[in-house]
Ligand binder design. Structure first.
Ligand SMILES: *Cc1c(COP(=O)(O)O)cnc(C)c1O
Length: 406
């Protein structure tokens, strides 16, 4: 059957208590029971549709969870207080002490720090591999490996994971493939391509208004229930619960995700093409020069484009900083981490969101100090944005081997 995430999300209807077009917000931490027996059964997980305590679940969180499940095409989804809350819960749910993870070496800095430093406390070890090298990935799998973990489009290098191939490999070894799809909601349906568990930071494109942090895990009903288990569920017991008011506001913002993603992609693609023509070192999955371009084309939903992220290597951290400060002064965007905002956001990854990765390792990955990550905004006139950005670059002599202005 043809899978249409947008239509599926829009067909989800929840009316408010008084027939409102938006669902009522659940404004309670605890819920009453008429019978003590039902309360006991709810604790045991035997009652559908009964709420117990909002760390376990709440109506607003369930609505957002259902929308996330529709987005990824999974049976179910749980929401969390942050992307890291979602990611850490998945890792602790799947791994016991002395077990092992095979993980892409280019991932979000927080996830990297969690896997490299934090889970050591529990004797969980991680092999960081080049995820585009399937042979390497397979060689790293041992009897103790509990998952393959990667990002659909990686942060900040924008490597494209071959989700179909990785899923085959994971199946062969009887382990789940966990994909962080934060950079490419709607662009890539990771679960449809074979990912067993899809995690998201809702903080970014999905919420899109940079006003809160939140996360989600999209997976089978069985796995989502296990995360909420009162006895051994990592989501339930580590307590990174999303507040209902936030869940409601994120759900409302999700209604326009398809329009925003198209515009982010359109603007980013335009800038990437222009920068490439200018002879700049630009990385964008939509460019033929991108090593993952063909894989991206084969696994993307064409109508949503190649995503809103691009990187530009301007040679040195000094130049990167000067350019970002100037662009901010010219109101072209904000010098800020994060992504998915209506305004363009830029940061030098090596000294910000990836600073958890030691310098030598950054170099090995190809993460140079002059690399600026751009989350391209919803600018109405991207042509004028481009000419203003170009002027900034000219002022800073970034366009040495420049071509003529088009
Ligand atoms: C931001 C981000 C996270 C972490 O999400 P938070 O909501 O900040 O906890 C995880 N993965 C990726 C790819 C991200 O960009």
């Amino acid at each position: 059957m043809d899978y249409k995430a947008t239509e599926n999300i829009q067909d989800l209807q929840y009316f408010g208590e008084f027939g409102g077009v938006n669902p009522s917000i659940s404004d309670s931490s605890t819920y009453t029971f008429i019978s003590a027996k039902t309360m006991f059964d709810t604790f045991e997980g035997n009652t559908e549709g009964c709420y117990l305590y909002s760390r376990h679940s709440s109506p607003s969180n369930l609505y957002l969870g259902e929308a996330m499940a529709q987005l990824e095409g999974t049976e179910a989804a749980n929401v969390f207080a942050s992307g890291m809350g979602a990611i850490s819960s998945v890792i602790f749910q799947l791994c016991d002490s002395d077990e092992h993870i095979v993980c892409s070496r280019t991932i979000y800095g927080g996830t990297y720090a969690f896997l490299k430093n934090f889970v050591k406390k529990f004797n969980i070890s991680t092999s960081f591999v080049d995820i585009t090298n399937l042979e390497m990935v397979e060689k790293s799998i041992t009897a103790k490996t509990k998952m393959i973990y990667c990002e659909a489009i990686s942060n900040p290098l924008l490597e494209v994971a071959d989700i179909k191939a990785l899923s085959k490999l994971a199946k062969k070894h009887g382990i789940p493939l966990v994909v962080d799809n934060t950079f490419s909601p709607l662009n890539i349906n990771a679960a449809k391509l074979g990912a067993d568990i899809v995690v998201h930071s809702l903080t970014k494109f999905i919420n899109g208004s940079s006003d809160c942090v939140a996360g989600a895990v999209c997976a089978s009903i069985e796995f989502c229930l296990s995360l909420k288990d009162v006895n051994d569920g990592a989501g339930m017991l580590m307590g990174s619960t999303l507040d209902s008011l936030r869940a409601a506001s994120i759900l409302k913002n999700m209604r326009t995700l398809h329009i925003r993603i198209k515009k982010h992609s359109e603007n980013a693609f335009y800038l990437a093409k222009q920068f490439e023509k200018d002879g700049l070192k630009v990385v964008y999955p939509g460019l033929e020069s991108h090593p993952g371009h063909e894989i991206m084309k084969s696994q993307m939903n064409k109508e949503y484009g190649f995503g809103g992220l691009l990187t530009l290597d301007v040679g040195s951290v000094e130049k990167a900083n000067a350019l970002m400060e100037l662009m901010q002064k010219e109101k072209l965007g904000y010098l800020a981490v994060s992504l998915g905002f209506y305004k363009t956001l830029f940061s030098a990854s090596g000294t910000s969101t990836s600073s958890e990765i030691p310098m030598e390792e950054q170099e090995e990955l190809g993460l140079s100090q002059g690399l600026i990550r751009f989350s391209i905004g919803l600018d109405n006139d991207i042509h004028s944005t481009y000419s203003s950005m170009r002027k900034c670059m000219e002022m800073l002599d970034i366009l040495e081997n420049n071509t003529t202005l088009v």
